[in-house]
Write a protein that binds this ligand. Structure first.
Ligand code: GLA
Length: 458
């Protein structure tokens, strides 16, 4: 176990003092004594690189100010006690050792249990301290801003600190990426990595295996505005997300088989690229040569791979995708390889800062959205409408962010036009619908790269 570069234990920053005081008061009301520490985990907005982290490709997110705080004290009853300042999230209590995670019911406490179990298993803890917690979250849920991963990360931090352990930010990122899969979603590691490794004022290029981040300085005069389509999407409650993971995996396995490679072990499109020794920019040609654009049926796939439906389920499918019958491999693989390329172009544009840097970044973001919409099919009509509205209101580029099928768009807007942009999007997207208008305060806001996870001493 490494003890270097553990998340910092800090005094409460001024910007959070008032909220932390309220949280402490809520804790005292609930448990009759004060908490001993507060853990913080932030949400994130992904600027570019959607649905490619689980294929091994680099992504480019930044942390946002909105976060989850957990006030915690240990208890001697060996119990995990959870309460939330939002009355919509019901209290929960279980033994701190035993914590079944029912994938069919992804309610809020399950994400906490994932993070807790992740740390316990990683460290091989035999005795687990009981914890009493009150949580307070400001990240809109099911909105593509990583509220669920932030909860997993926050739980991992609480468990680590309550058990007097130290883990590095990298270890925490990796273990949280793995343990979130207990809830059933086969995500990559972007959300957890940016949550632990973010730095204020800086976006990050994140490489995986091994996990590494590179600071990306965003251009002067660029503001990223987040807008919520107000369509909620809980990725653990539907099959959409895992269906895409599986389609990419099958594309990779089909191409591997056609090239005489050990296809069963090939799970990620980047591993395929590396094994073939082909440049990323040449991979779309490889896809074209090996895969037809029409969706494949399960029978066809079994025939090509030479396996039974049961074997296919074992080598390539997941629990909630075992019943899938049609698989769109061509479009999904095309999206992944082209989107991976756009991430590097975005990074280079930021670094070289040409005179048309804003147009360049905006173009890449809008291309990314089109690819998510048409090839990956992870948008929805409201989100497409919102992206169009943002472009019309003066954004250089706009795209869905996070898993999609609802949730937020992120738009690149010049600093001196932010006010006009916000007014126009308010008038044309939010005020035309009563439900959206009632949520505007937490749905439309400019953001800047925030800091990552931390522990506040009390
Ligand atoms: C979710 C997952 C991430 C990533 C995004 C899509 O947020 O948790 O790992 O796959 O979707 O880019």
């Amino acid at each position: 176990m490494s003890s270097v570069d553990c998340p910092s234990v800090l005094p409460i920053p001024d910007s959070k003092k008032e909220r932390c005081e309220k949280l402490k008061a809520a804790f005292i009301t609930k448990y009759g004594h004060p908490p001993t520490f507060i853990a913080r985990a932030s949400g994130r907005v992904n600027l570019i690189g959607e649905h490619i982290d689980y294929h091994g490709y680099s992504v480019l997110p930044m942390a946002i100010e909105q976060d989850i705080l957990a006030a915690v004290s240990t208890n001697d009853e060996g119990k995990l006690k959870l309460a939330n300042t939002n009355p919509g999230y019901k209290d929960f209590e279980s033994s701190s050792k035993e914590s079944p995670i029912d994938k069919n019911n992804p309610s809020w406490e399950k994400y906490f249990l994932c993070g807790m179990r992740g740390v316990v298993e990683h460290l091989g803890l035999e005795e687990v301290k009981g914890m009493s917690c009150v949580l307070d979250g400001l990240i809109p849920s099911c909105a593509g801003l990583s509220s669920s991963s932030a909860l997993v990360c926050c739980a991992a931090l609480c468990t680590m600190h309550a058990n007097a352990q130290r883990l590095s930010k990298t270890e925490l990122s990796d273990l949280c990426a793995s343990c979130e899969r207990y809830i059933g979603t086969e995500g990559g590691g972007m959300d957890q990595a940016i949550c632990f490794l973010a730095k204020p004022g800086i976006a990050k290029l994140i490489d995986f295996k091994p996990l590494k981040t590179t600071d990306i300085k965003l251009p002067e005069g660029a503001v990223f505005v987040i807008s919520n389509s107000c369509v909620q999407m809980n990725k653990a409650a539907t099959t959409h997300f895992n269906a895409r993971v599986v389609e990419g995996r099958l594309a990779c396995q089909l191409i591997a088989k056609g090239n005489g490679l050990a296809w069963r072990d090939m799970k990620r499109l980047k591993d395929l690229q590396v094994t073939l020794g082909v440049k990323l920019s040449d991979m779309p040609e490889v896809v074209k040569a090996a895969i037809h654009p029409e969706p494949y049926t399960k029978d066809e796939l079994c025939g090509i791979l030479g396996v039974s439906a049961e074997e296919l389920a074992q080598t390539s499918l997941s629990a909630n995708t075992s019943e899938m019958q049609n698989f769109n491999l061509y479009d999904r693989a095309m999206h992944v390889y082209q989107e991976a390329e756009r991430v590097y172009q975005f990074k280079e544009t930021c670094e070289n800062s040409p005179s048309n840097v804003m147009e360049g970044l905006g173009q890449l973001m809008s291309d990314s959205h089109r690819s998510c919409r048409d090839l990956y099919q992870c948008s929805c009509p409201e989100l497409d409408d919102l992206v169009e509205t943002c472009l019309k209101a003066g954004a250089y580029g706009s795209r869905l962010t996070g898993a999609g099928w609802g949730g937020c768009a992120v738009s690149l807007v010049p600093t001196n036009q932010v006010q006009a942009f916000l007014s126009q999007v308010t008038a044309e997207f939010y005020n035309k619908d009563e439900r959206r208008a009632s949520q505007i305060k937490e749905s439309l806001f400019a953001t800047a790269p925030g800091g990552g996870a931390a522990l506040y001493c009390l």
